[in-house]
Design a protein around this ligand. Structure first.
Ligand SMILES: NC(=O)c1ccc[n+]([C@@H]2O[C@H](COP(=O)([O-])OP(=O)(O)OC[C@H]3O[C@@H](n4cnc5c(N)ncnc54)[C@H](O)[C@@H]3O)[C@@H](O)[C@H]2O)c1
Ligand SMILES: O=C(O)[C@H](O)CO
Length: 321
């Protein structure tokens, strides 16, 4: 049984695959595989372990590679996959939910704090030799204590963030999901609100829903226009959920106070993007789950999914979508 892996992954995942008798070919060059290259490689393999969302597991790919016994994603998000086409072709899709929730919530928390205290911008001013003269009215941030956290998409990562915010800053929680999250309401006293109310009432608005046709571009001029002037916008979900030009304008026109992004639109972000030089903005290069613990866990889950698929067994962590 042969598996193609699109990136260097943690050894713990490779060891698991090899111990199960899977012959692994990994694309370890530091460049994206073109779609045709991925198809060509998969034609020589029985299974695909796909890392990151760059390669589209779309209908064209799936029809060309309909012999695959499983596609195992080393990510929780599966917005790069045509789940309907995969189901019709009988190709199971696996992903890695849960194991990265804490790391990704930490990233959202880190961005929230960095924006509140202008930390990334001030770090850069020091590097430019601009430490400057101490004045009590300079470099002022805002405090988060008691501020309202609004979560769009209160699932595993949103909950992990909400718990951190409750513990650290006693932040009340409001959220908008398609349905109610009763567990969150009981545990954290979370309050479901309509989308517009989420925009209007959040002091910190953090995105944690999946990218879907419904959520694509949802955070646009109209949405930013409804937010508080003092609010902080955080996106660690997917860059395509916000309109980056509209976000820039909302910040420049002081419709919102700040923004923290782990995901940008497009990725990678252009180094000349004015957002990178704004005091109340913090940007990271999509490192939400980049901890040793999370990445090892993801590699193990992806390997377990792949092995189950090759054996024709149900995947332990299957995309249900
Ligand atoms: N920055 C990163 O590196 C990184 C890491 C992990 C996950 N992510 C992103 O975070 C997303 C969430 O991950 P999770 O594990 O918390 O998923 P999850 O399924 O546990 O939670 C998602 C929540 O969003 C809600 N939701 C879905 N569509 C919605 C809509 N249209 N409106 C309102 N709510 C909606 C769902 O009901 C669910 O409660 C992933 O899909 C992925 O795109 C990013
Ligand atoms: O969805 C995820 O798991 C992360 O964004 C990594 O792609």
């Amino acid at each position: 049984m042969k598996a193609f892996v699109t990136r260097k992954i943690p050894d713990v995942g490779l060891q698991l695959l090899r111990a199960a008798g899977v012959e692994v070919t990994a694309h370890t060059e530091k460049r994206e595989l073109a779609q045709e290259e991925l198809i060509t490689a998969c034609l020589r393999h029985d299974a695909l372990l796909s890392v990151g969302g760059r390669n589209k597991i779309d209908a064209v790919f799936l029809n060309a590679c309909s012999h695959l016994k499983v596609v195992s994603l080393m990510s929780v998000g599966y917005d790069n996959v045509d789940v309907v086409a995969a189901r019709e072709l009988g190709i199971p899709i696996g992903h890695t939910p849960g194991v990265l929730s804490n790391a990704t919530a930490d990233t959202a928390f880190l961005l929230m704090m960095a924006v509140a205290r202008k930390a990334f911008y001030l770090h850069n001013t020091i590097a430019r030799g601009e430490w400057g003269f101490f004045e009590p009215t300079r470099n002022l941030g805002v405090e988060l204590n008691g501020k309202t956290l609004g979560v769009f998409g209160l699932g595993k990562i949103g909950m992990a963030l909400a718990r951190k915010c409750r513990g650290a800053y006693d932040m009340p929680l409001i959220y908008h999901n398609r349905g109610r999250n009763e567990a969150a309401e009981q545990e954290l006293g979370a309050r479901w609100v309509p989308f517009d109310e989420l925009l209007r009432e959040s002091d910190v608005l953090s995105l944690h829903a999946a990218l879907t046709p419904e959520t694509k571009g949802l955070f646009n001029e109209a949405a930013f226009g409804k937010m508080k002037q003092s609010s902080i916008f955080i996106n660690t979900a997917r860059g395509a959920m916000h309109n980056e030009q509209h976000l820039l304008r909302a910040l420049q026109e002081e419709q919102i106070w700040g923004a923290g992004l782990d995901v940008t639109n497009p990725e990678p972000m252009d180094p000349d993007n004015p957002l990178l030089n704004m005091p109340n903005v913090a940007v990271l290069p999509h490192i939400g789950s980049a901890t040793v613990e999370a990445r090892n866990g993801m590699a193990v889950m992806a390997a377990q999914n792949l092995i189950a698929g090759l054996k024709g067994e149900p995947l332990p962590f299957a995309v249900k979508g």
